[in-house]
Design a protein around this ligand. Structure first.
Ligand SMILES: Nc1ncnc2c1ncn2[C@@H]1O[C@H](COP(=O)(O)OP(=O)(O)OP(=O)(O)O)[C@@H](O)[C@H]1O
Length: 313
């Protein structure tokens, strides 16, 4: 069921675009369980790629392999042509930022402070400079704050800069997570279920935000269960099923692939609905009309499908 299909439009980079992310043969085993098996995936500059799959398909595990949280059992992950180290802060420094399925903000810090935390990989001032609070440090601090305020403006939270993160409404907390990730100036942003628990309005706002992020020059790889969101947003979609890439291609290609439907809904029964089942339902309906249930569970004279069929002729 999990044969990999590579569509013509799946691997060919759009003209003039290069791969920012190149995951090759990524496999992740936990003891006897293979959560990810030999997955290849590329994300190109200016692209929004969706990663979908049923619960437990391995999407988050794959993200963890990309971002250095897990060391893949096999395979490599490259960013702009350089193989990434298996350390998450080095991956962030290289240019990949992410958000998590469950919000991970510093609840007791302000909105602004949360974004400033996200900038630490982009500030070069050392410990001594920070302790002495010399001119170099103060300048860097001001630059960081200016950039953080720019990002808060970008997500529409500039007026809440002094609010504690824990006091923000849920949708704003999600946006703040994205701003914190953007503070590291990534070339690729990974979003893990960014619209989980959101209202329809918040989901639409998130879609617009992701499109604006792409406009600013950051490629996006997004995991999401909300299919409408994915198919309306993404340039391409990849489907993971039981740890393997099943299909990859345009939203239309993926939506129309029967194996994707089967993976989500289960394999359909062979053939048409059985005549016997249909007759049974009809018989039960007639029995209901004919009279009260007799002891033994049959109604009137129409106890079985066969009898019902016989009655009709
Ligand atoms: N640290 C771990 N140790 C052992 N097994 C794990 C670990 N992390 C994930 N798994 C297993 O790997 C498989 C894939 O899980 P994963 O969370 O990546 O799926 P998912 O596609 O993100 O699911 P969901 O959509 O429900 O979030 C599951 O069987 C899960 O139980």
């Amino acid at each position: 069921m999990t044969t990999t299909t590579t569509q013509q439009d799946a691997t060919t980079p759009p003209a003039g675009r290069k791969a920012v992310l190149d995951a090759s043969g990524v496999t992740m085993r936990f003891g006897g369980l293979t959560a990810i098996k030999d997955v290849d995936l590329q994300v190109h500059t200016g692209e929004i790629l969706g990663l979908i799959g049923p619960n437990g398909a391995g999407k988050t595990t794959f993200f963890n392999c990309l971002t250095g949280l897990y060391v893949p059992t096999e395979g490599t992950v490259s960013y702009k042509g350089t193989v990434l180290p298996h350390r998450s802060h080095l991956v962030t420094q290289a240019g990949i930022a992410r958000t998590f399925q469950n919000i991970r903000l510093f609840a007791n810090m302000t909105v602004l402070e949360n974004v400033l935390v996200g900038r630490h990989t982009r500030t070069s001032e050392g410990l001594f400079s920070a302790l002495l609070r010399g001119p170099g440090f103060r300048r860097a601090e001001q630059e960081s704050e200016d950039r953080a305020m720019e990002l808060l403006g970008f997500i529409g939270l500039q007026d809440k800069r002094e609010h504690l993160a824990r006091n923000l409404p849920y949708g704003d907390q999600r946006k703040l997570e994205i701003a914190r990730a953007l503070a590291s100036e990534p070339g690729l942003l990974l979003l893990d279920e960014p619209t989980a628990g959101m209202t329809a309005g918040e989901t639409t706002a998130t879609r617009e935000l992701v499109l604006a992020i792409r406009e600013e020059g950051t490629a996006v790889l997004v995991i999401e269960h909300d299919m409408r969101f994915i198919f309306n947003l993404c340039d391409r979609v990849a489907v993971l099923v039981q740890g393997e890439k099943l299909v990859e291609g345009s939203p239309e290609t993926v939506q129309n692939d029967e194996r994707v439907v089967a993976a989500y809904l289960g394999t359909p029964f062979e053939g048409e609905p059985g005549e016997a089942e249909a007759a049974e339902v009809q018989a039960a309906e007639r029995a209901h009309e004919t009279g009260p249930l007799k002891a033994g569970g049959t109604a009137g004279t129409a106890g079985t499908a066969a009898e019902a069929e016989g009655d009709e002729h």
